[in-house]
Design a protein. Structure first.
Length: 435
RNA sequence: GACCCUUUCAUCUAGUGGCCAAGGAUAUUACGUUUUCAACGUAAAAACAGAGGUUCAAAUCCUUUAGGGGUCGCCA
């Protein structure tokens, strides 16, 4: 069982999408279930509707899942398990105030040592619980620091050993009775029987904590981990919300298509036999072990190149539908324009210019008027050569005086692909185009 | 500051001791083709982080220095 566990606190990030794609692919390869878990334990930061937005994006990328759950549904189970740890003396009740903890942190900073929980409450057991509740004294539950190092074999990073004090006595149940991320995550993975967790490198330091939780809870199934290097922006820093390209929604708005985005994200930091491929093709050779260990920079130029290649592969009629047509010829026309466009947005503006009313105010306006009239009265002409000869003869124009205004009249642009390639595809729209 | 990860062209990578005076792709530049801009074709420029070892032989193994990144919450 594999899972993708996004939190509904912001736009889907390409790093997250990459995690989702990899989890899906590996589940598919292993022929096991792939589930979605929405991690919505932070009520403050949850954004209504983000969960369905995330699901819609997964759908666009054709990443089918066996089920969707919300972490908040499991609140009762989380509390029960936390209490169990408390009763087994594997966790303790902590009544330290935020002020006290803050002072501890300040001290640590002042003394130039790493902050760790002071251990002030570590002897407070379950028996205190009733009294604290009666006295309305706020408390949290902390798990006890492990007494041996936690070791982990990461499929990408290799063996990692974490010292007990690095794990620390961290909070598992908050003052309001809700579980913290690490606790909820570990419990849910345990209950669902998640056997392999693929996630971003920023979770690397959470792994020993989650392993520790599962160990104390008596979970004896082995969970494998694979931590993906993070994606950096052009400056070499972690891609954040401030980087437009980090948002999948933004990439869509720019005219990048899902097949190309998926292709790029799979290719990034990977050994691939080819550069251009579809997800089903990648399923044939994809291996987690091949993912590079170091962070990679996001290169939008490469994405543009890949997007263009995928647009070339798209079915003609389907491509035309992106611009409001249902005509394979328009799809073919768009593909010709792939010479100078890489996104559907760029393509759309080229196609639009062809069908938009033309501007006759330019230096070629006079010649354009002449041609417009000739075309309006002309019979249907099949080939560009015949068409060209016909207009030339009727207008008496030639060379620059002929080609420049003709191009402007037919395409609305001064430069562009060969008119002889374009003509056969737009000839049935000629009256609309040449006006 | 502590802990962890990491280091081949601008970018993504090939490379697992000899086939590497380091290959491919994107981006860049030049030329060709073209009524035009592109695309395309051809070519050019471009990297083993530094220093020490081991070895007949090192991008590849070891040591060390330097750099980059991540994480240190009652966020996920």
């Amino acid at each position: 069982m594999l899972r993708f566990a996004p939190s509904p606190t912001g736009d889907m990030h390409i790093g997250n999408l990459r995690v989702a794609i990899f989890n899906y692919m590996v589940a598919k390869q292993k022929d096991v279930n792939f589930i979605i878990r929405i991690e919505d334990t932070d009520k403050e930061r949850n954004i209504a509707g983000k969960d369905t937005e995330i699901l819609q994006i997964l759908e666009k990328f054709a990443l089918p899942h066996a089920s969707v759950s919300h972490q908040s549904e499991n609140l009762h189970m989380h509390q029960t398990l936390a209490i169990r740890l408390l009763e087994e003396k594997k966790a303790f009740v902590c009544t330290c105030t935020p002020e006290q903890l803050e002072a501890d942190r300040e001290d640590a900073k002042k003394n130039r040592v790493t902050y760790r929980y002071s251990g002030r409450c570590s002897y407070v057991g379950a028996e205190e619980l009733v009294k604290l509740k009666e006295d309305k004294i706020p408390f949290v539950i902390r798990i006890k620091t492990p007494d041996a190092p936690i070791t982990n074999h990461d499929l990408i990073k290799g063996d990692i050993e974490t010292a007990p004090n690095e794990v620390d006595s961290f909070v598992i149940l908050r003052e309001d009775g809700t579980p913290t991320y690490n606790f909820a995550c570990a419990c849910d993975d345990m209950i669902s029987g998640v056997s392999l967790i693929i996630r971003g490198e920023d979770h690397l330091s959470n792994t020993p904590k989650q392993k520790h939780i599962k160990q104390l809870l008596g979970y004896d199934q082995e969970t494998e981990y694979a931590h993906l290097p993070i994606i950096l922006n052009a400056e070499g820093k972690k891609m954040s919300k401030r980087d437009d390209a980090s948002s999948v929604k933004w990439l869509f708005e720019q005219g990048f298509i899902p097949d190309a985005i998926a292709n790029y994200l799979i290719l990034l930091g990977n050994k691939a036999p080819t550069e251009i491929f579809t997800m089903p093709e990648a399923l044939e050779w994809f291996k987690l072990e091949n993912i590079s260990k170091f962070p990679v920079k996001f290169d939008i130029d490469k994405l543009r190149f890949i997007n263009r290649k995928h647009l070339e592969l798209m079915d003609d009629k389907r491509l035309s539908s992106l611009f409001g047509f249902a005509d394979a010829d328009i799809g073919k026309l768009a593909k010709i324009y792939l010479e100078e466009a890489s996104t559907t947005n760029e393509l759309e503006s080229k196609i639009k210019a062809i069908f938009a009313p033309k501007n006759f105010d330019s230096e070629w306006g006079e010649q354009m008027r002449i041609m417009e009239k000739i075309i309006a009265d002309a019979p249907m002409i099949n080939t560009f050569d015949e068409f060209k000869s016909y207009i030339m003869k009727e207008s008496g124009l030639k060379d620059k005086n002929f080609f420049n205004p003709l191009r402007l009249l037919l395409t609305g642009a001064e430069h562009g692909p060969e008119l002889s390639d374009i003509y056969p595809l737009i000839k049935s729209y000629l009256l609309e185009v040449a006006s």
